[in-house]
Design a protein around this ligand. Structure first.
Ligand SMILES: [Zn+2]
Length: 140
């Protein structure tokens, strides 16, 4: 799986990043279902996307959790869903943004104003550092 799969802005907008302080500072995502379906109480159905050590990315939606038949066999193979792709894309963008932000802040502290900074041709070093930010680990 790569994060280069196309994820639309609409899909990104359905992702909510959750930082769970009470639970090991775990980061996970709630992703709204694409059809806007609601549950019995009228709440938008959301699926939880988590990164589990040793298991990888998981999602609580039906695609990733097929029902089993009476023998315990999955009725269909678990599929990679767009919820996971969107959550990962969101996490990558989030990290990129945060990384970029801290770079900008460190330059501001050094007396380089934001406007000057944002012209990358004058600061090739800064740009290199930004693209060097770790973007590969999912979610957290
Ligand atoms: Zn899913």
């Amino acid at each position: 799986m790569t994060t280069t799969t196309t994820v639309t802005q609409e899909q990104l907008d359905k992702c909510t990043r959750i930082y769970d302080e009470n639970h090991n500072n775990e980061v996970f995502y709630l992703v709204e279902n694409s059809r806007g379906d609601v549950d019995d109480e009228g709440n938008i159905i959301e699926y939880t996307v988590r990164y589990l050590k040793g298991k990888g990315l998981t999602c609580t939606c039906p695609a990733g959790n097929p029902p089993a038949d009476e023998h315990g066999f999955f009725k269909y193979a678990p599929r990679m869903c767009w919820h996971i792709r969107a959550a990962v894309a969101h996490a990558v963008l989030y990290r990129q943004e945060r990384c970029e932000q801290s770079q900008i802040e460190s330059y501001v502290r050094q007396g380089v104003d934001r406007e000057t900074y944002s012209q990358p041709t004058q600061y090739p070093e800064a740009v290199l550092q930004i693209s060097g930010c770790a973007l590969t680990v999912p979610l957290s």
